[in-house]
Structure formats: C-alpha cells, structure tokens
Design a protein around this ligand. Structure first.
Ligand SMILES: O=P(O)(O)OC[C@H]1O[C@](O)(COP(=O)(O)O)[C@@H](O)[C@@H]1O
Ligand SMILES: [Mg+2]
Ligand SMILES: [Mg+2]
Length: 335
C-alpha cells in the first residue's frame, strides 16, 4: 500500500512538523481502510505473538506498526518507539524528532466493530533513544490520536489548544472540525473497568462508591457509567461531552502502576486533555510533570473534566476513617 500524502491542510500544523503529521494521517487512512473491510478482509484479530510487555499481539497491532514505521522513515523522525517493539528504532539518523506510538489502541475491540485508534507523542530528539523518551511529559511538542470510529478523526495538540480534524470520505482529506476543543465540566459520566473493583485502593473505591450511590449518596447526583475498552474512544467521548476516566493502580500482579503505558498512552492523552482545559493525573499528581522510567513503563491515569479529576485527588488525601466509611456516612463531600 502506498500512502497518498498531503492529506491534511498545513495551515494549522507547525511547518517543521507538517511532514510527520501528514505521514501519520496518510497511514491512518490506509489503516482505516483495512479496518473498514472487517471480516471481508484479512484476519486482523488473531494473535500473532507477544510484545515485550507480555501483551498478546494481534495481526493488526503488528501490521499498523509496520505501516507507520515505514512511512515515517522518510520524515524527520530519528527515534521511533512503539508499543509493539521492545526497543526504540533509529529511522533517520539526521532527524529532529523522537516519536512514540501506540499503533493500534483498543486491540480487544478489533474484531467487534467498535472504535479503536492510534496514539502518538512527539519530542525534539536528543542523541540517544532513552534520553529522548524518558523525560517529563510536558516536554512533548505534539501529542494526539487518530480514532477509527464511525468517523475517522485526528485530535492533536502542539501546545496551543487541542484541534480536531475529521477525515472527509468524499475528499479523502482530514478537514478541520474544531480549532479549540474544550471539555465540558458538567457531565455526570465516569469510565472505569468496574470488574477490578475488588483490586482497587480504598480512595478509588470510595470515589466510585460515592458515584454509584447516586442522589442518595454524598454527591447527591445520579451518575452514568461507560467503558468501551479503547482509550482513544473514551478520550474522544470525554473531550466531546465531558466526564472522567480512571485506570488506577490495583492489587493484581503487574498492575501496581495500572495498565496504561506512560510514553505512548498516558503522556499524549494528558497533553491533549490539558490543552482542552481538562486535567490528567496519576490520581494525585499531574501526568505532564512526570517522566517514564522505562520505555514501556506504566502509569495510573485519571483524566477528564478538571473539577472531577481534582475530586479524585481529594479522595486520596482523605483521612483513613473517612475513606473507609460507608458512603452513607462519608461526610466530607456531601452537598
Ligand atoms: O482490558 P481492560 O482492563 O478493559 O483495559 C482496556 C484498556 O487497555 C487498552 O486496550 C490498552 O491498549 P492496547 O490495546 O494498545 O494494549 C486501552 O485502550 C484500554 O483503555
Ligand atoms: Mg493502547
Ligand atoms: Mg496498542
């Protein structure tokens, strides 16, 4: 497949980064086309191996990784760090950028026709791969995702607001849909994988207990819950209509720092969210102030409407007797 370039207008993309963003968009059009064939096309959801993190790799994980790496070779990307490869790969020794990518996010949804995506993060490169990626997330110069849903859309920030471009199937190009996305503050929705309830820490349980308690609980509000199982889809929903997402650390082996990876999931999503007036933390502290310790290192992630994310941090500061109290007796957040 040869990706057609110049598929996004360069008006709002920084000049130097344009070829990289254009290449990401061009590949994403091909990926979207492969996905759109569903069961009529090649088998995409069968397991083909395991990545360095121990996750099963699906055929589409590997295919998308190969497609992005190939296209980015002819850009200024020096270091390419992918969820699907153990080490960062040198693409263009003279390149100016270091790009981290989750080529296919939401792999468990590949064969069920539910939204999946690609997440990316870009830094000015340093000489070595580790120093290029293991640095504070606030040093990103671009972060974003492409969601393959009923519409294919690019959401991206260059540190000056969060923009949305939608792939127009008629023109074959990504067209600006929103120049400055802002997360609504009023939503009553939360997203968490509630099947892990028994593994959560007390503050997370207390926060969710109080949401579930509805109008009779201390929040005095009936909440709704959503869990898609694709980080890009949850992010897109929250950017569009507000709410909160939590993938906290939990008691399962290997989940001491949650499930999501700092370099190519938490950092770029945090950048996009904060630039849309939202908040992204590890439960207490801003993600953008933190740095990954290893390329595939994980980090708990809580993001969404600022007031909601701040409230989760407040639950982490509650005294033991309050956090352990049954929701009916927890007094601090009543009203
Ligand atoms: O299996 P769970 O607990 O529902 O986790 C779902 C989370 O895992 C992920 O699928 C991880 O991403 P990958 O599919 O890229 O491994 C996220 O998209 C999603 O938020
Ligand atoms: Mg992912
Ligand atoms: Mg992935």
């Amino acid at each position: 497949m040869t990706s057609q370039t110049n598929v996004i207008s360069n008006d709002l993309i920084p000049n130097d980064l344009f070829p990289v963003i254009d290449a990401l968009c061009a590949v994403s059009i091909d990926v979207a086309r492969v996905i759109a064939k569903g069961p009529l096309g090649q088998s995409l959801a069968h397991q083909v191996g395991e990545n360095s993190d121990g996750d099963g790799q699906k055929a589409l994980d590997v295919l998308a990784d190969e497609m992005f790496a190939k296209a980015l070779k002819s850009t200024e990307v020096r270091w390419y760090a992918s969820e699907e490869q153990e080490d960062a790969v040198l693409l263009n020794a003279a390149g100016k950028y270091a790009l981290a990518i989750d080529p296919l996010d939401g792999s468990s949804n590949i064969d069920v026709n539910v939204s999946i995506g690609t997440i990316f993060s870009i830094y000015e490169t340093k000489d070595g791969a580790e120093e290029s990626f293991l640095r504070p997330a606030k040093e990103q110069i671009a972060g974003g995702y492409i969601v393959y849903g009923p519409a294919t859309a690019l959401v991206v920030t260059f540190g000056n607001g969060t923009m949305q471009f939608v792939l127009n199937p008629e023109s074959g190009k990504f067209e600006l849909a929103e120049k400055a996305m802002t997360i609504p503050q009023t939503s009553k929705e939360f997203a968490i994988n509630a099947s892990n309830y028994r593994h959560w820490t007390k503050p997370v349980r207390a926060y969710i207990d109080d949401c579930l308690a509805g109008v009779e609980g201390p929040r005095e509000v009936n909440f709704n819950m959503r869990w898609v199982g694709s980080l890009v889809a949850e992010t897109h929903r929250i950017l569009t209509r507000g709410g909160i997402f939590l993938y906290p650390s939990d008691g399962r082996k290997g989940y001491e720092k949650g499930r999501l990876r700092m370099v190519y999931e938490c950092a770029p999503i945090a950048f996009v969210i904060e630039q849309a007036q939202g908040r992204a933390t590890d439960g207490s502290d801003p993600i953008l102030n933190q740095a990954a310790e290893t390329l595939h290192g994980r980090c708990p992630l809580v993001f969404g409407s600022a007031e909601k994310v701040d409230r989760v941090a407040a639950y982490h500061d509650l005294p033991e007797e309050e956090v352990s109290a049954l929701f009916g007796q927890r007094g601090l957040f009543r009203g």
